[in-house]
Design a protein around this ligand. Structure first.
Ligand code: SF4
Ligand code: SF4
Length: 374
């Protein structure tokens, strides 16, 4: 049986966030259940790109700070770490722009760069995971509630993909370009990292073409927490409108016994009305592709529906090259602004995820649009 706690939290006012965090943790044992004095605790927010908190791409610093303070009050030593989807260049800019520098200054938490790695092999695949993940006594996954153009939903489990440093993520995308294989890789990473606590920043998340700057900020007005990241994501993805089993990495993780993915086997504690999000704009095509279609239809549909990247506002491109650095297939040719080699592109949208200007958007071909699949 999984247990997930939820509370309303409609603003990032520090007092409101701290009160909501205490309220959401209390029914599952409080921070003291997870943190013992002297523990080294890695808090893993979603710092997908060096973007300011108001873009709703990264976990809000007010939530990170409240978590850090509660860990410290329980006697733990706080490390904050993550690695964005592409090459960051200067990690200081990631910390500063996402508000983590201020969190560290206010709490004394350590900002740990995810540069050194440890090698692990699982199910015949190699993974290079950031060293602090294994050096910590406890990992807290602290995601942002968002849609995802590839995985449909991103939360506590998908957030762990950031444990693979920077451009090493490309290797996984390269060998697992399609959603089913990539979902298995996400379950592998969960298996390797095994976070002890998951806390969702669902105050303001995203809908539409998340999870990067191309997504649309959306007020969900909640915090949620669980010792089981799969159960947490199952509850929240359902609240966003996903059907059971539609988020493939959750289905895979549950099938391997890494958490509870059956909504009927999850007890939700707290005022469940906070989960009444209303209609949420999900990536439509990703839902269609998950329906049980006959094989002769699936292959052409996948081809028609394949995502392609497009530069939407060339004048706003700052030529940073993050898109080219994140591409697992060498499909981005940078010449002040990027050009996409669609013959190489696998539609993973890593380029869009890392673009700090939000000027790369996914699109589908004309036939997909004629069929109403956009
Ligand atoms: S161009 Fe973008 S969508 Fe295509 S493979 Fe590269 S990163 Fe992925
Ligand atoms: S599109 Fe321009 S701004 Fe965006 S990541 Fe590529 S180079 Fe940087």
């Amino acid at each position: 049986m999984g247990v997930v706690s939820v509370v309303a939290c409609k603003t990032y006012d520090p007092g409101a966030v701290r009160g909501a965090l205490e309220a959401v943790l209390a029914p599952i044992g409080g921070m003291g259940r997870f943190v013992q004095p002297g523990m080294r605790v890695l808090v893993k927010p979603n710092l997908l790109a060096p973007l300011p908190p108001e873009r709703a791409v990264t976990t809000h610093p007010t939530v990170v700070r409240a978590v850090a303070e509660m860990v410290q009050e329980a006697g733990g030593e706080v490390w904050i770490g993550d690695s964005p989807a592409g090459p960051v260049g200067n990690p200081e800019s990631l910390w500063r722009r996402t508000g983590m520098t201020e969190v560290a200054a206010a709490t004394g938490a350590r900002l740990v760069p995810f540069d050194g790695v440890e090698w692990r092999r699982l199910r015949g695949q190699d993974y290079f995971i950031a060293r602090p993940v294994f050096a910590a006594d406890l990992v807290i996954t602290l995601p942002k509630l968002k849609t995802h153009t590839l995985t449909l939903y991103t939360g506590a489990v998908k957030n762990l993909f950031g444990a693979i440093p920077g451009t090493r993520k490309r290797e996984v995308h390269y060998r697992a370009p399609a959603v089913p294989e990539f979902s298995q890789a996400l379950a592998d990473v969960l298996d390797l990292v095994r976070p002890g606590l998951a806390i969702m920043d669902g105050v303001i998340g995203q809908e539409g073409n998340g999870p990067g700057a191309g997504g649309t900020p959306r007020v969900y007005g909640c915090l949620a927490a669980s010792a089981d990241p799969v159960a947490l994501d199952t509850v929240l993805s359902r609240a966003m409108g996903c059907r059971p089993g539609e988020v493939l990495h959750l289905r895979e993780a549950a099938a391997r016994g890494l958490g509870v993915g059956d909504p009927e086997a999850i007890e939700v504690l707290g005022d469940q009305r906070v989960l009444n999000f209303g209609p949420v704009r999900l990536p439509v095509i990703q839902r269609l592709l998950r329906m049980p279609l006959p094989g002769w239809l699936t292959t052409p549909l996948r081809r028609v529906a394949r995502l392609r990247p497009r530069l939407t506002a060339p004048a706003d491109c700052v030529g940073c090259g993050h898109c080219a650095g994140a591409c697992p297939r060498g499909a981005v040719i940078l010449n002040r602004t990027p050009r996409f080699r669609l013959d190489r592109c696998v539609g993973c949208m890593c380029c869009a995820e890392v673009c700090p200007q939000g000027v790369i958007a996914p699109y589908r071909g004309r036939l997909a649009r004629l069929l109403g699949l956009e």
